[in-house]
Design a protein around this ligand. Sequence first.
Ligand code: ADP
Length: 543
Amino acid sequence: MIPGLMQKKQFNVIDILQHAATWYGDVEVVTNSVEGGVHRIGYAKLYDRTSQLANALQRLGVNSGDRIGTMAWNTWRHLECWYGLSGIGAICHTLNPRLFPDQIEYIVNHAQNRFIFVDTSFISVIANVLDKLPTLEGLVVMTDKENMTDDMLKIGIPVYCYEELLEAETSDFVWPLLDEDTASSLCYTSGTTGNPKGVLYSHEFNLNHSMISAHGDVFDLSAKDSFLLIVPMFHANGWGLPLSVPMVGGKLVLPGPFMDGKSLYDFIKVEKCNKTCAVPTVMTILIDHLDSNNLQIPSMNEIYIGGSAVPQSMIEGFEVRYNVDVNHGWGMTETVVGTFNCHLPFMDELSFEERMKVRCKQGRPPFGMEMKIVDNEGNSLPHDGVAFGKLMVRGPRVIERYYKAKESALDKDGWFDTGDVSTIDKYGFMQITDRTKDIIKSGGEWISSVDIENTAVGHPEVQIAACLGVKHMKWEERPLLIVVKKEGCDPSKSSILDIISSEHAKWQLPDDVVFIDEMPLTATGKIDKKPLRTKYEDFLIEG
Ligand code: ADP
């Protein structure tokens, strides 16, 4: 073997911010701040403050390998924590404030968090479980002195003010050179089945992921971007965007706690955002606001939606009414970005309707993500767009084992079972049929709950729909459709079933439609089928 003669470098996450500070120092991170008002800071200044934070962390006694929690909105301070914590070799553990108190307690104890950096909005979330968190030594409140109150200080453990900690430090800091296998961040899955599981990302993962996600057929990032990051930094490593946008010198626009339609629209308009991303339920808030106020978003080019299946009506709505491309992606905490939809040349020849069918698929894997579908015996299935099976992934951006787990999460050949069922077509477009546990098994046939839901929300008077397999005396399970009506609308059951029957075989039609006022959502804003199942599992038997 003749070795190559190029230099080697172990990249660390802080290198990204250092690059942004040096070459895009004036490019701004703009935040709708928790305290109120818009906050602006360039990457150069943000880097200086991150160095001050590193000094403050060392003064607090934070050591390399310590898991330090953050429970925060998307803000510039949260971004400083991401870089500062991983920069000194500690692990930035993003906590989702919307989890149930017992899940938060489980996660903080499992990760043995020593400190939590917390926004003022979430102090009570921690305070509620504080007496059950023995490893927690202190809280750092992410605000300035003026916004610290006496109540915060009386919480029962040491409480520090973020800005005061930074003010006491200089911006001289020599970052340690960490082996790129060192852990940099930790994110737990929301635990829809069993306890939440920790996914521990390395510096190498984060760098590899950032470079890949900048690609044209992923987030297509560049210094021309003004990216509104709606997806929370605590959801699946913030989809990698807090790292990949600064890597290319793009402007980051952070909505803080202001996630209503009007605030998002105003921010897009003023900051001339050309890209944004969120799960479908959150994107509904934006499109509903645009629809009902007759507004346009001319600066916006691309919207990236994932986390659950994006209905055709949403992709079509953004394209036809707002001239915005929706790029549908699939991923998991265990992979972050997994696949992305994209426009391939063959699609130029398709009719609008045919193209929409392709755009609804979850897409193709970028370089480094191996992907296959298998039957129950593990045999690979063809890429014909019809055969469906367990979706398996492999590669350097896929989990090897969960945090503190003794056993690998992979099969003997290194494949990770995603828990999703999907097809892959001849062009390589993967389409999720369902999560394994959501698929409806009716008399030996399988019905995709995702397909039924997507068709149902195409009804102009349906806000959101969930399809469940519920017990049936004869067929074992039958689909039941749960619907939230659009405000001021009153669709009939038969009109909803008519729309579904226009696209699905008769045996796939839901046996009934139930209207509810509010859809239960998970902590990451996806439909939560667990409480619906508990409530409606005997609905057809009783009926
Ligand atoms: P959580 O359980 O906290 O939501 P994840 O965000 O990691 O955790 O969830 C990953 C799962 O979300 C995937 O396994 C898949 O079932 C679902 N998912 C993600 N993106 C999509 C998508 N575009 N379409 C359908 N399902 C999706």
